[in-house]
Ligand binder design. Structure first.
Ligand SMILES: [Zn+2]
Length: 449
């Protein structure tokens, strides 16, 4: 196997929360053979390629645990579910996955997709038809009435092209889980509740009863699949934690009782503050969701910062995920911002967050024992940065700071796809923001005079 020696200015292995200086990594084919002080590296022969990152900060390729490849940078829920064909979403999602890779993410986890879109992207990358990050995927989001995904009026229902499936009994839920496992999902995603955009779930009570959640989680575990839930409200967190769920997204309104259940059952939390932070900061007054969603997200962010800080103090393990896929969280643009959110709103140190993005996140991927840490026997998925993110956690957000990305020892082509465009058919046919009555028209005519 061809060998490569990488010399590192600073090396962060993912094991500690600090970096060491004057280190080296020896790669043999796709795998790491040695990591440690440069002067103790095994002798190399004339055929060994040497790559100089002695001025750079070298770390494991980052992992984003919350990317929706099928969403297509959607502006509305209808954009996600209705307009582009499922087949087009798969091809579009492949390019999205490549953009996230070029931003330094060598592994990506996609919880919630339309049809089998992210599974198809995963398999096409595995088959080496296209370059892309390592993918770990769920199928459609499973929920019940009033949960996330039950957006549309009763007379429309949940379309087949939706990112979710509504199940109406334990039996239906169990059958859906078995079907998804048959189709090859890596894990199961359940939506415990909705969010501030879904008028049906404004109270954020849990859409399922405890016995239903427990039965579904037990079946997924029996079939060897981890379970992640969407739960913003306290009841959803409590029921999911009692059911022994593996990972909880959001947990914004988790109360003391729910936190106790999270700690007792060893559940991990991935807050995903990015969607809220970006919505608050980027939404223009001309956007239809202004100011209602901005205000709702300000309230939720405040609650999340308070409640998740308590979870940090209680020793809960945190994962990092960005919710890339919406118009306000485009692929490869803001993924690394979530690390800054963990520092700013939750009180973690930059070193702790880097470890969450690598070591902790690896645990939820299907490649848990070969990614996330730079150590002998692991895959050579490596990110080299021109500046030190432990000194400034915003460093990985700027692509100018990315010196190189290696996937299984191979350098990734970082050239951006500047020709990418959006087709009109991908999006809802939105025409006007308001109703032009005689009074309204007279009003703006008068204002113009
Ligand atoms: Zn999500």
């Amino acid at each position: 196997m061809p060998q490569t020696l990488i010399t590192c200015g600073k090396l962060f292995t993912g094991v500690e929360t600090t970096a060491a200086v004057n280190q080296a990594i020896l790669i043999d084919g796709e795998d790491i053979k040695y990591v440690g002080p440069k002067d103790r590296a095994p002798p190399i022969d004339a055929g060994t390629k040497v790559i100089d990152h002695s001025g750079d900060f070298v770390m494991p390729g980052m992992i984003d645990i919350h990317v929706h490849l099928s969403y297509g940078e959607a502006r509305t829920e209808e954009d996600i579910d209705l307009f582009a064909s499922v087949e087009f979403r798969a091809l579009r999602g492949m390019e999205a996955a490549q953009r996230v890779l070029k931003a330094g993410y060598t592994s990506v986890c996609d919880p919630t997709t339309s049809g089998r879109v992210s599974l198809a992207i995963r398999d096409a990358i595995d088959a080496k038809l296209f370059p892309g990050p390592r993918l770990t995927c769920s199928g459609q989001n499973i929920s019940t009435r009033q949960g996330l995904i039950d957006w549309y009026p009763t007379w429309i229902g949940v379309p087949d092209t939706s990112i979710g499936r509504v199940v109406k009994s334990i039996d239906e839920g169990i059958d859906m889980i078995r079907l998804q496992v048959k189709d090859g999902v890596d894990f199961i995603k359940l939506a415990m509740d909705g969010d501030s955009m879904n008028p049906a779930s404004i109270r954020l009570s849990c859409a399922f009863r405890q016995e239903e959640v427990s039965a579904l989680v037990a079946e997924a575990h029996r079939l060897g699949r981890k379970v992640v839930v969407h739960a913003r409200g306290s009841e959803g967190v409590l029921y999911a934690a009692r059911a022994g769920v593996d990972l909880i997204f959001h947990a914004s309104w988790m109360d003391g009782q729910a936190l106790e259940a999270v700690v007792k059952n060893g559940c991990r939390i991935c807050p995903t503050l990015n969607l809220m932070v970006n919505t608050i900061e980027f939404t223009r007054s001309t956007d239809p969701c202004y100011p209602s969603l901005v205000d709702a997200h300000k309230r939720e962010l405040e609650a999340a910062a308070k409640n998740l800080t308590k979870a940090r103090e209680a020793g809960v393990e945190f994962l990092v995920g960005s919710e890339a896929g919406f118009a306000v969280t485009p692929y490869g643009e803001w993924n690394a911002r979530e690390m800054d959110n963990h520092v700013k709103y939750l009180g973690f140190s930059a070193g702790e967050v880097l470890r969450q993005t690598t070591f902790n996140n690896a645990w939820f991927t299907r490649d848990a024992d070969c990614v996330g840490v730079l150590a002998p026997g692991r895959r050579a998925d490596i990110l080299a940065l021109k500046k030190d993110p432990i000194l400034d956690i915003t460093v990985p957000q700027d692509k100018a700071n990315i010196a190189a990305v290696y996937l299984a020892g191979e350098p990734v082509d970082l050239t951006p796809n500047l020709k990418r465009t959006r087709l009109p058919g991908e999006f809802s046919y939105a025409m006007w923001n308001e109703v032009y009555t005689r009074a309204r028209v007279e009003n703006f005519h008068n204002a113009a005079e």
